[in-house]
Design a protein around this ligand. Structure first.
Ligand code: UT7
Length: 351
């Protein structure tokens, strides 16, 4: 058995936030954002009405319809996000509930691999399907970044990049020779864990970086270990990123992990019909495109419209490519991602 993508879909919130709108409350400019990232606008979810799991459910319903199955037919749910509704429980169970699945108590798994979450999820689903354990798996990547960004000048390098949205794939067992997921490659290097991270709130208690930095009291004092007053006062409750390190590592790891997958199955970059890179930065995608010598029509980019939607970016881009008729039966689709962790990965899918 192999794993085919039987249905792919996406949902993005209605509200469009242009670069110009961001300039109203932080020191940035349309020119800077476009030149450094390619982003023109992004979507922000409706506060208190939309969540990662509710957006994921919207994408999932369309994916299920496109796959021609009901939510109750699912055997397993995998949810990838870095911006979950709750610290715990994870979004998988919330999605199960949101989809109204009451008759089947299927397993729900959350994965926390940020930008490479969808690829990690696809690889996990592929193992379950190949071994015959499950036949229908729902994989969702969904992010609501806009609630957790720093809209002051200090946060501008991170805030301008990220947007909200969700993508969903229904993965199904197929015995058609050569169809489906050909291979997946997963990697990580925890050396740089804090270089692209949201450290607080968390249970680290200052362990990695020193207690003083976070204003922790005497460690023998119980309670109050998640958020300290200092974190609130000094704006430490936001994501941080060492942009240039991430950029420089990404442009090496993207081509490396794509070539690794291609060589595993005896193919080359010339065999790729469509590359869907995680939408981190248009400049990164263009660099990867040049290294792999791919023409424009073989690379799907939509960061201009949505910014970086982390775990949702690959399924959103794949869904749009499918809707535009760019993915046809027999095509070789390559997915690749790099991000926080650092974690990275690739997948080759014969459509
Ligand atoms: O999906 C997760 C993975 N993330 C990524 O792959 C992101 C990878 N990194 C990047 O995309 C880029 O590093 C950024 C887009 C984040 C930043 O671009 P950069 O060319 O690396 O800029 P920089 O951080 O070196 O900053 C250059 C200048 C600085 O000013 P000075 O020190 O030269 O005076 C920044 O303060 O640009 C300034 N700057 C801004 N200016 C206007 C930083 N952010 C902004 C901003 N608007 N939003």
């Amino acid at each position: 058995m192999q794993t085919k993508i039987a249905g792919i879909a996406h949902y993005v919130p209605e509200r469009v936030v242009t670069n110009e709108e961001l300039t109203r409350f932080m020191d940035t400019s349309n020119e800077w954002i476009i030149e450094r990232t390619g982003i023109e606008e992004r979507r922000y979810a409706e506060k208190h009405k939309e969540t990662p799991s509710s957006m994921g459910a919207k994408a999932a319903r369309i994916a299920l319809e496109r796959a021609g199955i009901e939510a109750e037919d699912l055997d397993f749910i995998i949810f990838a996000t870095l911006s979950p509704d709750y610290y715990f429980p994870g979004c998988g169970v919330l999605l199960q509930r949101e989809l109204g699945i009451t008759k089947r108590e299927m397993g729900c798994l959350d994965i926390r691999n940020q930008c490479s979450g969808f690829i990690y999820g696809l690889s996990i689903a592929d193992q379950f399907i190949r071994t015959g354990m499950y036949k229908n798996i729902l994989l969702v990547g969904s992010e609501l970044h806009s609630m957790g960004l720093d809209y002051s000048d200090e946060g501008r390098a991170v805030t301008v990049i990220f947007g909200d949205g969700a993508g969903a794939a229904v993965l199904q067992a197929t015995d058609k020779p050569g169809q489906g997921v050909l291979t997946t490659c997963l990697h990580a290097d925890g050396t740089h864990a804090e270089e692209l991270a949201m450290i607080n709130p968390g249970s680290h208690g200052g362990y990695h970086l020193g207690q003083d930095k976070f204003g922790y009291p005497d460690p023998s004092v119980m309670g109050g270990m998640f958020v300290t007053q200092k974190m609130v006062d000094e704006g430490m409750l936001y994501p941080n990123m060492t942009g240039q390190l991430v950029f420089k590592t990404a442009v090496v790891k993207f081509p490396e992990v794509i070539n690794e997958a291609l060589s595993k199955v005896g193919l080359t970059a010339a065999d790729i019909d469509l590359l869907i890179p995680h939408q981190a930065n248009l400049r990164i995608s263009q660099f990867v495109q040049r290294v792999l010598k791919l023409p424009d029509e073989k690379v799907q980019n939509n960061i201009q419209k949505y910014g970086n939607t982390t775990a949702a970016s690959i399924p959103i881009a794949l869904s749009e490519a499918w809707e535009e008729g760019k993915v046809k039966e027999g095509d070789l689709v390559c997915l690749a991602a790099f991000g926080s962790g650092f974690t990275w990965g690739s997948a080759l899918v014969r459509w």
